[in-house]
Write a protein that binds this ligand. Structure first.
Ligand SMILES: [Cu+2]
Length: 124
């Protein structure tokens, strides 16, 4: 099981205020295509970003599934786990059992994370 990361302040700055949800409301993710799978994509225009910078998930087994429609190579990484690097049309996945906390997901291709290919996975 991965441990939650201590997310640096700089990273949290752009994240939405998740505490704004009504008390008791369960996180609902419309892109969850099956139980515990959460989908996102690399930007189709080749810019170094994901289509989503935050994902809410339930504790337990979580899979992040990245589609890559761009001409650059990308992957999805979560903590120390890295999905396969894929080119245009490829899909990269990473799975972990997660307890509540905040985790960083990112592309581990050199330079991509620093350029903006990252987001926050909030597990409740
Ligand atoms: Cu990348």
């Amino acid at each position: 099981m991965l441990r939650p990361l201590l997310v640096a302040g700089a990273l949290v700055a752009g994240a939405p205020v998740l505490g704004a949800a009504p008390a008791g409301a369960a996180p609902v993710d419309p892109t969850a295509t099956s139980a515990r799978t959460y989908s996102l994509a690399a930007a189709a225009d080749g810019s170094l970003r994901f289509t989503r910078t935050s994902i809410a998930a339930r504790a337990g087994a979580v899979t992040l599934r990245l589609r890559n429609p761009s001409s650059n190579f990308h992957n999805i990484a979560l903590g120390t786990r890295r999905g396969r690097v894929v080119g245009r049309g490829g899909v990269s996945t990473v799975s972990a059992r997660l307890k509540p906390g905040r985790y960083l997901y990112y592309c581990s291709v050199p330079g991509h994370r620093a350029a903006g290919m990252r987001g926050t996975l909030t597990v409740r």
